[in-house]
Design a protein around this ligand. Structure first.
Ligand SMILES: C[S@@+](CC[C@H](N)C(=O)[O-])C[C@H]1O[C@@H](n2cnc3c(N)ncnc32)[C@H](O)[C@@H]1O
Length: 201
């Protein structure tokens, strides 16, 4: 049945349903890498199941988490209440989102490539603008060279060009910058860039 949900939200909703049923709440490798940088007031954009948001809250962070996937948000809200941790989560369509406040760390793993290029580039600026002086931005997204496109809406996705993710963060201290390839179904490839930088104090 057709819905007006973004295709990626449909795609991940089905995946999250299976993970919730299986109590599969492992951090993925990108989340493991991001965790040490998440302290103070933390914003997680496209939090998915929120395993990283919960892990950051368990380390003492005050976490706000947004995702458009309602089953993931509901499950995370229930886990946050059960844990008693400082985590607030809301279902939000992040296309066109702009920050209304700033944070010590802003995490954005695996989200922006699901927006059309113009929205993805605006999303990068929104991440940047949500970071306080001395705070940290963590951005991870698929980049050019990826050949696995099944989860994308053909009308609206963005494989970032070399340098495109780092460009808005010129003048920031680069804490991590890597490109990694992962095998995908059908002999295809997913290529991700992870960029972590600190805004000058
Ligand atoms: C690859 S998953 C990443 C989830 C999590 N950050 C992680 O590392 O496991 C992409 C996430 O982006 C969310 N997403 C996709 N489009 C969105 C939109 N327009 N607004 C909000 N969330 C969206 C999906 O629901 C999904 O949770």
């Amino acid at each position: 049945m057709a819905t007006d949900k973004p295709r990626a939200v449909e795609f991940f909703g089905a995946q999250f349903e299976r993970q919730i049923a299986a109590h599969d709440y492992q951090l993925n490798p990108f989340e493991e890498r991001a965790l040490p940088y998440l302290s103070g007031d933390v914003l997680d954009l496209g939090c998915g199941l929120g395993n990283l948001a919960l892990a950051a809250a368990a380390r003492g962070a005050h976490v706000t988490a947004y995702d458009a996937c309602e089953n993931a948000v509901e499950d995370l809200a229930a886990r946050a209440i059960a844990s008693g941790l400082d985590l607030w989560v809301k279902a939000v369509d992040l296309k066109g989102w702009r920050p209304e406040e700033t944070y010590d760390a802003v995490n954005c793993i695996g989200l922006l490539m699901f927006f059309a290029r113009e929205d993805a580039l605006a999303g990068l600026l929104a991440v940047r603008d949500a970071v306080r002086p001395g705070g940290v931005a963590i951005v991870n997204a698929m980049i050019e060279g990826s050949t696995f496109l099944a989860m994308f809406d053909p009308e609206a996705y963005c494989l970032f060009a070399p340098g495109e993710i780092a460009a808005p963060f010129a003048g920031w201290e680069v804490l991590h910058d890597s490109v990694e390839d992962f095998a995908a179904p059908g002999g295809k490839l997913k290529r991700f860039r992870t960029f972590i930088a600190r805004r000058p104090a």
